[in-house]
Structures are given as C-alpha cells and as structure tokens.
Design a protein around this ligand. Structure first.
Ligand code: RNT
Ligand code: ZN
Length: 414
C-alpha cells in the first residue's frame, strides 16, 4: 500500500497537488451525522408515524428503539467513520423519562444524555432541529403557516424551546449549534391562496427570531423544499421564500439536494449563495426520482458539491450535514457508507489542481481545460483515500465487524 501511495503522491505532485496537505485539510472539516438514519426518523417522543411527505421504505431488522440502542449504534458506526464528526439530533429524540411534556415545552435537560454521549465519544458538537412533523399538532398538514393561531403558536413555542436547547448544546460542547427549521406545510392540490400561508409563515418566523438567541452559539437555518409526497402542488417554505427570508433576516439558508427540480443542482447554488451569505448549510442526500433520501453515494454531483466547498475556500462557511434514511439495509452500514462518501468527495475535491484549471478558464483555454479536467479524474485516488483512513487508524475492512454486530446485537431487536 505504501508503494501505491508513493506513486500516487508523485502523480498528483505533477499537477502541483500536495496530497499530505489535502489529507490534513479534509480531516478537519466537520460533517454533521444525522441520528435519524438509525431508527427511520421515528424518535422517542411517540407522536405517531412519519408525516409531511418524508418516508422511509423497507423494514430491515434491527431498528434502534430507544436512546441506548440508538447511541450504541451511532458509537459503533462512528468508530468506522473518519474525520471530524458532529451529531445531528431532532427534537423528537428528547429523553423524557415518562414526563408528560409537550414539544412546546421541551427543556435542555431532556437532551442532557445526548450531551453526555457526544462528550464521551468526542463528537465535535451537536446540531439540532425542531420536529414539526409526525405529531397531532400538525393540523391539516400545516404548522407554522396554519390558519389556526393556536397551532401556529404551539410550533412557535416549540422553535423557541429549540433555540434554548441549541444554546445549551453550544455551551456544553463549545461549538455553535446549527438549528435548522424545516416544516412540512403544503397542499396536495391546486391552492386557492399561495400568498397568505407564506405571510403567516413569515410572521411565525419573525416571532421565533424575536425571542432572541446568542448568535455566537446558534446558527439558525431555514430549509426550503419544492414538493413532497402528498404535498405535490404547493410548498409554503419554497426556495424563493426562504432565500429572501434568510437574506433579509441575517439567518442561514440550508440547501437539501433532494429539494429541487431534477435538473437543478445544489453544486451550482453553493457559489451563488457564497456571494451573499457568511454561512450556508447543506443536507446532503440522494434522491432517486424524488426526494427519496437514499444513502449518499460517491457520485458526480456529490463530487461537484465538494469541489464548490473546497475550491472556494469555504470549509468554514458551508456547514455540511447528512440527511438520508434507508430502512431497507443495515442502518449502520448506511451511516458508514454515506458518511465515508461525503469525506471521500471532500478529499477528492481537495486533490484537484484548481489554480491551473481556473487560469485555463480565465484565459479561455477551454480545450485544454477539458483535457486536464478529464486527465485528473483517474489519478490514483484510492491510494490517497487509504492513506487518509490509515492516518486515522482505519481501513476498508469494516464490513465484517458490522455484520458481526448485526448477528450479535441487532438480531435481538426483533
Ligand atoms: C425533509 C427535510 C428534512 C428532514 C429531516 C428529518 O424533506 O429534508 O430535513 O429530512 O429533518
Ligand atoms: Zn433535509
């Protein structure tokens, strides 16, 4: 292997690329890993099955059913995921210990076990999400945009409670918490009124932000969507709505690459937003024909997304999070494959000769630009990836151990 690496190092160096530097750079880029891959987005607060157009399909055995099982699985999966890892938690993963408390009154203490866990496994921080789906206060599919003031207020209180919990995570773990707001609100069929629900959503968001929060501790983001299953005709929180809201209110915009029309790409949106925002956030996922949230694979668009982060020196500006959920395969394997692929793409992106390529573009040398871009695609990347793993005490032999965990641990959850 070391021989392969030496050859790779030399081949990349011919294009002016320092592979050691690339490895060190990528190791430090935080990736927020979503807890909800482990239990099919069910959570612990028992408010019913998924709603709002998000769906898990499949029933592979071994779904984590409580905090202990979920964190055991995360810990096991993390042991095979290189790089700097954060944990992304939804409010529905509160540990209530039988206390009768609504989502609008969740307190930091309900998440203390997550903090203890994150500290114990050395996570870089926790990110957080209000959970405004799978709940009886979602009325006619609407939350923050509901015509019913009581419903809106419930979810406003929930989001404010989440701000406090986010501050608590930041205090405890010493890194800012990304608090991402996604709502399922929309309509199945042709709306009679597209504006008023958006005005109500705007007002609700204003009220949440008016509660105040420490901007050094919490980055608030809004996540747009184009449509969902059951809400095909209209989404209140559309891209245009949230881009403008975020820009005008100094908050962050989150791009989920499953949330756009099929020929739109998030890789092209990243530099557009970098021209205006200090920070942007990502949900990296893989949509197959719709926002299906398949496991992230090492594909062209993922590489393109990573390239936009690396070549624009935006590793501090783009907050990377994963958002997929596959219930048809071993869930730990889903975590490991997807999270490794994110880092693989970042490493791949860190190995591109941008100075040369940008110069060729500026000089309109498009023939050579194409030739060089194609040439570097097949440089010996695998050897560098293996070195990246090796430097973190890892290799490609993780699958057998996960199979063993499946046989010894997951099997008992039937
Ligand atoms: C739904 C959004 C949202 C959720 C998670 C669970 O379409 O992508 O981010 O997937 O919050
Ligand atoms: Zn998302």
């Amino acid at each position: 292997m070391s021989d392969c690496f030496a050859v790779a190092k030399e081949k990349y160096a011919r294009f002016g690329i320092d592979v050691e530097k690339a490895i060190e750079k990528v190791k430090k880029i935080p990736v927020s890993i979503h807890c909800w891959q482990g239990d099919d987005v069910v959570g612990f607060d028992g408010s019913g099955s998924l709603s709002g157009g998000i769906q898990t399909t499949g029933n592979y055995f071994g779904r984590a059913r409580d905090f202990k099982e979920l964190t055991d699985d995360i810990e096991k999966a993390f042991s095979y995921i290189p790089g700097t890892k954060r944990i992304n938690v939804h409010a529905c993963y509160a540990i209530l210990n039988g206390e009768k408390v609504g989502r609008d009154a969740y307190r930091p203490e309900h998440f203390k076990p997550w903090v203890d866990f994150a500290k114990r496994i050395g996570a870089n921080g926790i990110d957080f999400n209000p959970t405004m789906f799978a709940h009886d206060k979602v009325k006619n599919g609407l939350t923050l945009s509901s015509p019913d003031e009581e419903i809106r207020n419930y979810w406003i209180r929930h989001c404010i409670a989440c701000l406090r919990i986010s501050e608590y995570f930041a205090d405890e773990l010493g890194t800012p918490t990304l608090m991402n707001i996604w709502i399922p609100d929309g309509l199945k069929d042709v709306p009679a009124d597209r504006l008023t629900p958006r005005l109500r959503l705007k007002d609700s968001l204003d009220k949440i932000l008016a509660a105040g929060y420490d901007k050094n501790k919490v980055v608030v983001a809004v996540e747009s969507k184009v449509f969902g299953i059951g809400v095909e005709s209209y989404t209140v929180g559309s891209n245009e709505f949230y881009q403008n809201y975020a820009a005008k209110n100094g908050i962050c915009s989150l791009l989920d690459n499953g949330h756009y029309h099929p020929t739109e790409v998030v890789s092209d949106k990243i530099p557009s937003l970098l021209a205006f925002y200090d920070k942007i956030a990502l949900h990296v996922t893989r949509g197959v024909r719709w926002d299906s949230d398949h496991v992230v694979l090492f594909e062209d668009e993922l590489k393109e997304i990573a390239k936009e982060i690396i070549r624009n020196d935006a590793t501090d500006k783009v907050l990377i999070g994963l958002d997929y959920f596959d219930a048809s395969i071993n869930r730990l394997s889903a975590w490991i494959v997807g999270a490794r692929n994110m880092q693989k793409a970042l490493l791949w992106a860190a190995l591109q000769p941008y100075d040369t390529l940008k110069k060729l573009q500026d000089n309109a040398e498009f023939t050579e630009l194409m030739a060089v871009q194609e040439r570097v695609k097949t440089l010996p990347f695998e050897a560098v990836w293996e070195k990246y793993l090796d430097k973190q005490g890892l290799d490609e032999d993780w699958f057998d151990d996960i199979k063993k965990y499946e046989k010894n641990v997951l099997i008992n959850r039937k």
